[in-house]
Design a protein around this ligand. Structure first.
Ligand code: G6P
Length: 612
């Protein structure tokens, strides 16, 4: 969602800020703005893309060595120029950018209005800007102190950066519930909502903690306090991110690059964990919690979107291999439905970004009931990774395309490792069966590589169906979450309505939709309920539906029935999701490209959903 970038130092700020905004575009946004401070404090804003902002300001004097910039994803007030950030305070002395939501903004606004403040926008952010100005004037304090005092009155989530016309050497930054990272250059500072705008300038960073305020000064001083006025020593860490991971590397879109990265990203998520030579699996991050896991009466998984689909695969895996009951919950439902949580429950939170607001809130709720919380996150140092008791990173590398691809397969890989480890500890698999699955998992990256070669048939299917209005995805067992994920991918980036269903449930509703216009994608690989799925395919064919089937190489039965088949290599049943997902990602990608959609930044979607 919203993105923040700020700079203070000896260089010209504008190129750094605009470049930073472009790096943040992947998060999803609908307007952009920038404030530059030279002899005056100037704010420029535009509805639409960062390129629209560039067009608007191309003939303006953009000099200045301190500035703040923002991409906004509308929450309070429609996406337009007025509501875009930065927001000026009433006197125009202060400008502020903000990610998050100020929940008590209405009462704060009322109070400020009664004291003569007039608001231009409908945002919660402008309220905070004027609150800071009001405190600065009435309490006669500097900007650092005014921000600190103001944040004590705020309920909600924020990452903010503030500048003042009267202090051209200082950025004030603060966070609660929304991430903020400070990059420390040789003679300058960068601030951003994630490390992507910073990595090309410095690898030394300080992650702010919740309720911390930083005073960042041009003369190389960084001071951090809590909003309760306790001084903190900045803890400098090294970024592990590489710039090449943020570039398209010759691919037309980030999504395509990330689809093709999967043989490597899956291998990376197994590295140091799957020891094929020793016949063992180890997950260092959760080693201290293994006993808790194997003695747990149940495991709860909380997640959203694609991560929730990975969680469903995890449920099948852990129950199947380790015989521990698992419940998978949408974090957004879990947090509000008064769930039963026991102290001995283990909750696994899955999140690519590690910032999803609903997942974070679900974690806090489970924590407050005494449960043990483990995380499976991709972004190192993210809020969820920090909020959990322990966890394992997926190590898929930065995922820039909004539609998740390599993060999903890395999550599933990690969950497979976890299920195998728990099975090993509990003795629920024979040694030989354990080794069989482990060795096959070790071969999966090569099989993903092979699966990626099925391009010709996928583009043929995409050409045939790119203009349809509906798609149905069906699968059973391990392939049911794959069907859900296939449908989600298609609707996210091509805007074609698509539904995923367990194949047998088709008769209880979706069958009514089937006619000669309706493409139905079956994941019909050769294990588990294969025969049953074959019957389901017959039911669709009998109603003249168009069948696209993902089958195991060498299949003849489904081949004889389906209109199109995509072959994937033979593998263990529980590992099929890692292969079957790949052609579905590619199908969505090609359909979206053929329809002229913005694949990497689909409309209305955000990569990192930091509001509920
Ligand atoms: C957004 C993204 C999805 C993602 C979901 C959960 O909706 O567009 O791709 O699956 O959030 O995000 P998380 O970062 O928690 O995995």
């Amino acid at each position: 969602m919203c993105g923040i970038v700020a700079y203070v130092g000896p260089k010209e700020a504008y190129p750094i800020l605009i470049n930073g905004l472009k790096r943040l575009e992947y998060r999803g946004y609908d307007s952009a703005g920038i404030a530059l401070l030279n002899s005056s404090l100037n704010v420029y804003k535009a509805k639409g893309k960062v390129s629209d902002l560039e067009d608007i300001i191309k003939d303006t004097d953009l000099h200045g060595t301190i500035g703040i910039a923002h991409t906004r994803w509308a929450t309070h007030g429609e996406p337009n120029q007025v509501n875009a950030h930065p927001h000026y305070s009433q006197s125009k002395e202060i400008a502020l950018i903000h990610n998050g939501i100020i929940e008590n903004y209405a009462s704060l606004r009322k109070e400020l209005e009664s004291r003569g403040y007039v608001f231009e926008s409908s945002t919660d952010t402008e309220v905070l800007t004027n609150l800071i100005e009001d405190i600065k004037i009435n309490e006669n304090v500097d900007l650092f102190e005014a921000v600190r005092i103001a944040l004590n009155q705020v309920i909600g989530a924020y990452a903010i950066v503030v500048i003042s016309r009267n202090d051209p050497d200082t950025l004030i930054a603060a966070r609660k519930g929304s991430p903020l990272v400070i990059g420390i250059g040789t003679d300058d500072y960068y601030v951003a909502s994630d490390a992507t705008p910073i990595v090309e300038y410095t690898k030394n960073v300080v992650y702010l903690d919740d309720e911390e305020v930083a005073q960042i000064r041009r003369n190389n001083t960084l001071k951090i306090k809590t909003i309760r006025n306790h001084e903190k020593t900045p803890y400098v860490q090294q970024l592990e991110l590489n710039l090449s991971a943020l570039e398209k590397g010759g691919f037309e879109h980030f999504m395509l690059k990330e689809i093709y990265e999967q043989p490597h990203s899956i291998r990376d998520s197994m590295r140091g964990r799957l020891h094929a030579d020793l016949g063992t699996v180890s997950l260092g991050g959760i080693i201290d919690y293994e006993q808790k896991l194997i003695t747990a009466q149940r495991i709860l998984v909380v997640a959203c979107g694609t991560s929730w689909h990975a969680g469903l695969v995890g449920e099948y895996l852990i129950e199947d291999l380790a015989r521990i009951p698992v419940e998978v919950e949408y974090a957004s439902e879990f947090r509000y439905r008064n769930p039963v949580i026991y102290e001995h429950d283990v909750v696994i939170a899955i999140s690519q970004s590690g910032e999803t607001a609903d997942t974070l809130a679900a974690i806090e709720l489970a924590k407050s009931k005494g449960a043990t919380i483990l995380g499976i996150c991709n972004v190192v140092g993210s809020s969820i990774a920090r909020a959990t008791h322990a966890g394992s990173y997926t190590h898929a590398g930065p995922e820039i395309g909004v539609a998740s691809t390599k993060a999903f397969t890395a999550q599933v890989t990690l969950l497979t490792l976890l299920a195998l480890r728990l099975a090993q500890l509990k003795g629920t698999l024979s040694k030989s069966r354990f080794l069989q699955i482990l060795n096959e998992l070790d071969r999966i990256p090569e099989k993903v590589e092979e699966t990626l070669k099925t391009s010709e048939v996928v583009t043929r299917i995409a050409t045939q169906f790119k203009d349809v209005r509906n798609f149905l995805y069906l699968g059973r067992g391990y392939n049911f979450p794959v069907a859900l994920e296939g449908a989600l991918k298609l609707k996210e980036i091509s805007y074609i309505h698509a539904e995923g269903y367990p194949a047998a449930e088709m008769k209880h509703g979706p069958i009514a939709l089937i006619d000669e216009e309706m493409p139905v994608v079956f994941i019909a690989t050769n294990k588990g309920t294969y025969d049953k799925v074959v019957s389901n395919i017959q039911e669709v064919k009998a109603r003249k539906g168009k069948v696209i089937a993902i089958v195991t190489k060498g299949d003849t039965i489904v081949k004889g029935m389906a209109d199109y088949v995509i072959e994937i290599p033979e593998t263990e049943e529980m590992l099929v999701p890692l292969l079957a997902t790949i052609p579905l990602q590619k199908l969505s990608y090609h359909i979206a490209v053929m329809r002229g959609c913005n694949v990497d930044q689909p409309r209305n979607l955000a990569k990192s959903v930091t509001v509920e």
